[in-house]
Design a protein around this ligand. Structure first.
Ligand SMILES: [Zn+2]
Ligand SMILES: [Zn+2]
Length: 295
């Protein structure tokens, strides 16, 4: 609770307050605390204290679930314990991710115990565990089930995705705060942020534009041919987005983007390319060609 701009733990204050209560005339002992939080809060507020509720922690994101599931899958027969190196490492990683993406929680945010509980919740979904008659925790968030089902039988994909997330967290240059204009994408979350940071290299994009302009005389969208200059005149001059062709999950740490990795695309095509994981630029061009061809 808050008083005079400072925060205090409510229990000791409440206990000591009873010294001045004529009926009690001594501090309360630990075992005398009851669950009557509502009464306590009312009395403390009447005494001029502001009672603040500890913020609850946000639900686990898709990316966080992926990291936890990848750890669980390293050895589904032996779940690492609360104090294990693996659990401590993941707890620290999730806290780093939260700091970088602007996620705010209380001081128990993704602590080792929370990470351990998450692993136990995955056990609950594991048929191999259930077949042995063992049980995981019975309560679990829906997010666990969605991620579990999405990667069922796709261990390689799970590992690639987890590696890409770690790559993004590792790269201090990447802005991990979600943006309002994030494309709707399976390759979403942290991995999309990494992808976009690789497309934002102004110098490289400038070089790419100059190269395409020299070769073709215009800056047309590679898949659909849309030319901003042709459609909008002067206002559209130089207007085109750059898209990184390679899925982030295939990039190595510190790998430099080359001109050939970029494709110039219009905003519409860019969104479509991201819609299903990552569609190849050539495949989208083919698709548009087929749809335009006279029947
Ligand atoms: Zn892109
Ligand atoms: Zn286009």
């Amino acid at each position: 609770m808050r008083h005079g701009g400072k925060e205090y733990d409510s229990k000791p204050i409440w206990a000591v307050a009873h010294k001045w209560d004529a009926d009690v005339a001594r501090p309360l002992k630990v075992n005398e605390f009851s669950g009557g939080a509502a009464d306590t809060v009312k009395k403390l507020q009447a005494l001029g204290f502001e009672v603040v509720k500890e913020p609850s922690n946000p639900d686990w994101t898709w990316d966080e679930h992926v990291l936890a599931l990848e750890l669980y899958m390293r050895d589904p027969t032996t779940t690492p314990g609360h104090g294990s190196k693996e659990v401590l490492e993941l707890s620290a990683l999730l806290n780093a991710l939260a700091r970088r993406s602007g996620l705010v929680g209380n001081d128990r945010f993704r602590n080792p115990n929370g990470v351990y509980m998450k692993l136990m919740n995955f056990r609950r979904l594991d048929p191999a565990v259930l077949a042995e008659g063992k049980k995981g925790l019975s309560q679990g968030a829906a997010g666990e089930e969605r991620v579990w089902n999405a990667y069922l039988g796709k261990l390689d994909e799970l590992r690639a995705r987890a590696a890409a997330i770690r790559l993004a967290i590792d790269d201090a240059e990447v802005d991990l705060v979600p943006a309002a204009d994030d494309y709707e994408a399976e390759e979403g979350g942290v991995v999309l942020r990494l992808h976009k940071s690789r497309e934002r290299d102004r110098k490289l994009i400038g070089k790419k534009k100059a190269q395409v302009l020299a070769q073709t005389g215009k800056l047309a969208c590679e898949p659909c041919g849309f030319d901003f200059r042709e459609a909008y005149g002067d206002v559209g001059d130089g207007f085109i987005e750059a898209h990184h062709r390679k899925p982030v999950s295939t990039l190595k740490k510190g790998e430099k983007t080359r001109l050939a990795d970029l494709a110039l695309v219009c905003a519409n095509c860019h969104r479509v390319l991201h819609k299903r994981g990552l569609m190849a630029v050539e495949d989208l061009a083919k698709l548009i060609g087929i749809r335009r061809a006279p029947a």
